[in-house]
Design a protein around this ligand. Structure first.
Ligand SMILES: [Mn+2]
Length: 318
């Protein structure tokens, strides 16, 4: 099993927790860690030794800043998310790799996922639990409805086929197009250019936060698959805003304790929950959905105000 992940210094503790959970099921995994320049080897050395002690292999890959110059980015998601589109070049001898976001947690064996028959597809991925107000977004990108829109937190990538079709160059060119304003830049590019050749996976391989809090999962995967994913997830994905991450004070995720347990076993054992403010002490009394709604609304208002001040318009249709 060969995996790849990306993290900056701030996210290293979460990366360590994710990899610790992976090693429980796959102690001899090959781990590829992608990072930017300026991150010293000493900062991720504890992760390298954790992987080696377990019997796995750790390889660090430094990606230069020129690789992500001019690419669209979001305030909430660092531009290093684009590093993963370079995996076909970074692992030239490898035909497939499992990319994992560092806000995921492995809670079951991944052999079945790893052995997915990719045929002539670029990748295997789980559909995104898009909120109702965003369901029209893929169509605006020019993606046909039957293709769906996948979440890019868990990707089984067919590197051989990506190389054969110069996919890295095409993804980068798409992300650098100044005529586009993308909602989730790298995920939009991956969907737009590779989504027509995807193996659609069962939601238990990327069991997104929204499945726990909303009925969107049932609407997208059907009731049965959504319940199966909730009942026996293999990869938990704490996708979404900071407040729903298991290291945030406001998270009420039923599996949050698993994150704390794994974190405690890493070189960053002390978990200081983020966002323990007076306001949040009050918000924590409310149900998670209400909290998310209040915070999302206040975020939208602030963004609208900022746009008004800067004179910038909203998303452009590509
Ligand atoms: Mn994520």
């Amino acid at each position: 099993l060969q995996v790849a992940c990306v993290a900056d210094e701030k996210y290293l503790p979460h990366c360590a927790a994710m990899l610790h959970s992976l090693l429980q099921f796959h102690p001899d995994a090959l781990v590829n860690y992608l990072h930017g320049p300026g991150l010293s080897g000493a900062s991720f050395a504890p992760i390298a030794s954790m992987v080696a002690c377990s019997g796995g292999t750790f390889t660090a890959h430094e990606v230069p800043d020129t690789a992500i110059n001019g690419l669209q980015r979001l305030r909430e998601i660092p531009p290093i998310m684009w590093y993963r589109v370079y995996l076909p070049d970074l692992l030239p001898e490898t035909d497939r790799v499992l990319y994992l976001d560092v806000d995921t947690l492995i809670v079951d064996d991944l052999t079945e996922l790893w052995n997915t028959d990719l045929q002539d597809r670029y990748l295997a991925a789980v559909s995104n639990t898009l909120p109702p107000e965003s369901r029209g977004w893929p169509r605006r990108l020019g993606i046909p409805a039957e293709q769906g829109y996948f979440n890019s937190g868990v990707l089984l990538l067919n590197l051989e086929m990506m190389r054969r079709n110069q996919m890295t160059e095409r993804l980068i060119a798409y992300g650098r197009n100044p005529g586009l304003r993308l909602a989730w830049p790298d995920q939009d590019a991956l969907n737009k250019l590779m989504g027509h050749r995807r193996v659609s996976l069962h939601p238990r391989w990327n069991c997104q936060n929204s499945l726990f809090y909303y009925r969107w999962g049932e609407e997208i995967f059907g009731r049965r698959a959504a319940r199966e994913a909730l009942g026996s997830p293999a990869i938990l994905h704490f996708e979404g805003a900071q407040v729903v991450k298991p290291w945030h004070y406001l998270s009420k995720h039923p599996h949050r304790k698993k994150y704390i347990e794994h974190r405690t076993a890493t070189a960053w054992p002390t978990v200081e929950l983020e966002g323990k403010t007076t306001l949040n002490r009050f918000l924590r009394l409310l149900p998670m959905r209400a909290t998310i709604r209040i915070l999302a609304t206040s975020f939208k208002v602030r963004m609208r105000f900022r746009k008004l001040l800067s004179g910038k318009r909203g998303y452009k249709i590509p």
